[in-house]
Design a protein around this ligand. Structure first.
Ligand code: UDX
Length: 429
């Protein structure tokens, strides 16, 4: 099938490469000409495991191409995915101007039936507006369908999430649209849930808000565990064994970040309010998430006495492992607060350093964990990269001014670190 994907960001690029892998003919479109020129030279603008290989292979086989000319891509394709950004506005609402502008461009270029699919995360009722925008801007008397097909791709494992999804959600208004989407995804053999457009849009916001709620819930339990002298890891294990609850997204820590959970939570609160419902539960989820970063800073203070003039080795900057994404990373608030308290920062991240460099001033970026630890008063774990689990602790002990590790992600066994002579402080245990 011939597909155009408008927006070559995380979602667009991963979806485009994966659809091409399934045998479809895909054109990825972006108005950022530099990005398109780089992609034409097979330079991938993001770090996502397996993506470069997938893009290269499908490009070589002639199934994946790149352009900044949206009109030609629309003319050449039957199905058009909108995968442009929906960044948060000051008030938490999603900014949908990108979606509107793409819908307008699609309308002007359509010369026969097209299926236009929302892939970006959008608030409920966006489909109605996309349809209206196309209706009033189309040049010819052509028919079209709008559908919603939200993505559930986790950064770091986006390709696996695309290729082996728990389910595919599609909101449609016609049998024809449903059939086209079924054909698109047919090769995956995954369960496909067909709903109306509004429900599909809502499923996405409800999922991400629920995941955020799970994280804030366990983080609140972690605070109670600390007060009671219990171990949140054991509590999460016991909770997770209940099939109704499940163990995933019950990892206590310094809270969630990234470009999806925080933004979708705000957008869901905002659209609910607009529709007349005060989603106070989700406001509390956000409050708990913010407070975890402050609690973490307090742990550092409690163990270093004065933060001023102290040197802190920060391990991990990306919002989570296996990505170089720094958007809404907890490391940003944590480092800024430590710096404003007078600390010197020596930081290391396996992938995100190049992006982090533009975000901080006065941070010494190190080539590995050992260089960061050298001469530091303590080491803090902010992102749980698996390589941090395998560090040489004897070497670290020699390099740090004192053997103090404050772990915001609970990656070490407290007894092991204690046995090695470290003072080890973690979350909720
Ligand atoms: C999320 C959704 O999972 C995905 O389905 C959606 O389409 C996009 O948003 P992503 O932002 O890539 O994916 O990251 P995710 O793996 O969900 O983690 C989000 C944040 O929560 C990270 O900062 C992570 O560190 C944190 N997290 C996750 C926890 O603190 N504890 C957990 O148990 C799980």
């Amino acid at each position: 099938m011939k597909i155009a994907i408008i927006g070559a960001g995380y979602v667009g690029l991963v979806s485009g490469a994966c659809f091409a892998e399934l045998g479809h003919q895909v054109i990825c479109v972006d108005n950022d000409k530099d990005k398109i020129n780089a992609l034409k030279k097979l330079k991938i603008p993001i770090y996502e495991p397996g993506l470069e290989e997938l893009v290269k292979r499908n490009h070589q086989h002639g199934r994946l191409s790149f352009t900044s000319d949206i009109a030609s891509a629309v003319k050449a394709s039957l199905v058009i995915f909108i995968a442009v950004g929906t960044p948060p506005k000051e008030n938490g609402e999603a900014d949908l101007t990108g979606i509107e502008s793409v819908a307008r461009s699609i309308a002007r270029a359509m010369d026969s039936y097209r299926l236009i699919v929302e892939k970006s995360t959008v608030p409920v009722e966006t489909g109605k507006w996309v349809k209206h925008t196309i209706e009033i801007n189309k040049k010819k008397k052509v028919s079209f369908d709008v559908a919603s097909n939200p993505e559930f791709l986790r950064e770091g494992q986006a390709i696996k999430d695309f290729m082996q999804p728990d389910r595919i959600v599609v909101g449609v208004e016609s049998k024809k649209a449903e059939e086209l989407v079924r054909e698109l995804y047919g090769a995956l053999g995954a369960p496909l849930l067909v709903t109306d457009i509004k429900s599909a849009e809502l499923i996405k916001h409800a999922c991400n808000s629920f995941l955020a709620m799970k994280i804030s819930f366990i983080n609140a339990v972690a605070s109670v565990c600390e007060l009671a002298g219990a171990d949140v890891e054991r509590v999460a294990e016991g909770m997770g064994m209940d099939k109704r609850i499940g163990r995933s997204f019950l990892n206590a820590g310094i809270g969630f970040g990234g470009f999806c959970l925080p933004k979708d939570l705000d957008a869901f609160v905002s659209i609910s309010e607009k529709l007349g419902y005060n989603f106070s539960l989700l406001k509390e989820v956000k409050k708990i998430n913010e407070s975890k970063k402050l609690e973490f800073i307090k742990k550092i203070e409690d163990n270093l006495w004065n933060i001023k003039e102290k040197t802190i080795a920060v391990l991990g900057l990306a919002f989570k492992p296996d990505t170089d994404d720094m958007r809404f990373a907890p490391s940003i608030d944590i480092i800024e607060k430590l710096q404003s308290d007078g600390a010197k920062i020596r930081a290391f991240d396996p992938q995100a350093t190049h992006k982090a460099k533009g975000l901080f001033s006065g941070v010494k970026f190190c080539k590995d964990a050992y260089e960061a630890a050298k001469g530091s008063d303590c080491m803090i774990i902010v992102t749980e990269w698996s390589e941090f689990k395998e560090l040489d602790f004897k070497k670290l002990k020699r390099l740090l001014k004192q053997p103090l590790i404050i772990d915001g992600r609970n990656i070490y066994d407290p007894n092991k670190l204690k046995g090695l002579g470290f003072k080890y402080v973690s979350i909720g245990r």
